[in-house]
Design a protein around this ligand. Structure first.
Ligand code: SF4
Length: 266
């Protein structure tokens, strides 16, 4: 008998499709039960509870949206608004991404906004970290494609020829005594964060990888969570090929985490 081993991605697809069907069937069964067993009074009570729940959801969404817009304009927020921003983003981001996909709109601008808001939330605490508690994650596409040095094994293998931005980044992390790792993709980045358990992460990536990485960290148990600051790479040669990053922005974000007040400083 031939045994069929399902690919991991296929298994995940089937799992989420099954979950989707399960929720739809459960919803229909609940409606059918209510239809056949509820008295008119019980039915009305059920409808009232449902309306109150929707009203609370709408109210929460409105307060969240106002708080998020306030944060994006003033670059700071109050302690009262913080939970509305955090949980609002967590709920609204997948919803906005879903509608952007449905309408065929640009999802990267939604992701970029999410990354910017996440940075503002993380930086607003003004918490500082020791160099050994920070991990800098860099995508391998920053490396010049003609370079033969294996920097994914160890970034220190870079000979600093100056043909790509890795050379400048190496200077920045060496000077601050911070560990930097060059990763081959989102999964490798997640694995190294789970293995190393840094107290703060500064990550360079594209909108998609950064947004999904931040969402993943937000799903971790409270004691395992850490702030993730994102810096977007630029793609002058198209996606995943000889990309670049603003080194001043990266140095500034790193200095903020370290509690240093000089840009590119010493
Ligand atoms: S700077 Fe480093 S990584 Fe970039 S091309 Fe030169 S040796 Fe390779």
């Amino acid at each position: 008998m031939q045994v069929i081993f399902l690919d991991n991605n296929v298994r995940k697809f089937l799992k989420y499709t099954a979950l989707f069907l399960f929720y739809i069937i459960a919803f229909i069964l609940i409606l059918a039960y209510i239809n056949s067993n509820f008295t008119l009074a019980a039915y009305n009570t059920f409808l009232s509870i449902l309306m109150i729940c929707f009203f609370i959801l709408i109210l929460f969404t409105l307060v969240s949206v106002i708080s998020i817009i306030g944060l994006s304009r003033k670059r700071k927020t109050s302690r009262f608004q913080m939970p509305f921003i955090k949980y609002g983003l967590r709920i609204l981001m997948p919803v906005t991404l879903f509608f952007a996909t449905l309408m065929g709109n640009d999802k990267d601008s939604v992701r970029s906004f999410y990354i910017e808001m996440n940075n503002l939330i993380s930086e607003s605490s003004d918490e500082t970290f020791r160099p050994e508690d920070i991990l800098v994650l860099l995508p391998h596409c920053l490396q010049n494609s003609d370079c033969g040095h294996k920097i994914t094994n160890d970034i220190n293998n870079c000979k600093q020829c100056g043909k790509c931005v890795i050379s400048d980044l190496l200077d920045i992390v060496r000077e601050r005594n911070v560990r930097a790792v060059v990763v081959t993709g989102g999964t490798a980045a997640r694995n190294i964060v789970l293995k190393e358990k840094p107290k703060a992460v500064l990550s360079v990536a594209c909108e998609r990888d950064l947004a999904s990485g931040i969402m993943d960290v937000n799903k971790l148990p409270k004691e395992e969570k850490m702030p993730v600051i994102g810096v977007l790479n630029t793609r002058p040669n198209g996606p995943c090929f000889n990309t670049n990053v603003d080194v001043d922005t990266l140095a500034e974000k790193l200095d903020h985490l370290l509690g240093r007040n000089k840009v590119n400083g010493g």
